[in-house]
Write a protein that binds this ligand. Structure first.
Ligand SMILES: [Zn+2]
Length: 122
């Protein structure tokens, strides 16, 4: 099949209107069908899991140029805070696992950032 469809993986980000938060926001892909299509997504803000209709046309990248402070590993983050990561771009903190381990929803997917004690290059 030559049809090129975007394939998602669990942890990827999709935009969806959350009925609970009543706003369109980034959701985290929770389950995927065998054909690589998103079936369920989690709202990182309220935790609601809802079904995702792939028919929903994504209106491209929204031109909301939000301003966020650069990611600072010495900082303590809370869920809901935004940051500008030099590699991944704009992100929103969705969960704090440990004081030095946070989940951040970036434009493409959810990533776990670990503030290393020592700064070792990647
Ligand atoms: Zn929500």
């Amino acid at each position: 099949m030559a049809e090129q469809q975007q394939e998602y993986k669990v942890g990827d980000r999709v935009e969806k209107l959350c009925a609970v938060c009543n706003e369109e926001r980034g959701h985290v892909v929770a389950t995927i069908t065998k054909r690589g299509q998103v079936s369920r997504v989690d709202c990182p803000k309220c935790g609601t899991r809802s079904s995702f209709k792939s028919k929903t046309r994504l209106s491209g990248t929204r031109a909301t140029e939000q301003t966020a402070a650069p990611y600072d590993r010495t900082r303590t983050y809370r869920p809901g805070q935004t940051m500008m990561h030099q590699t991944y771009g704009m992100g929103e903190v969705t969960a704090v696992i440990e004081p030095q381990k946070i989940d951040v929803l970036f434009a493409d997917r959810l990533r776990r950032l670990i503030h290393a004690q020592q700064s070792e290059g990647q």
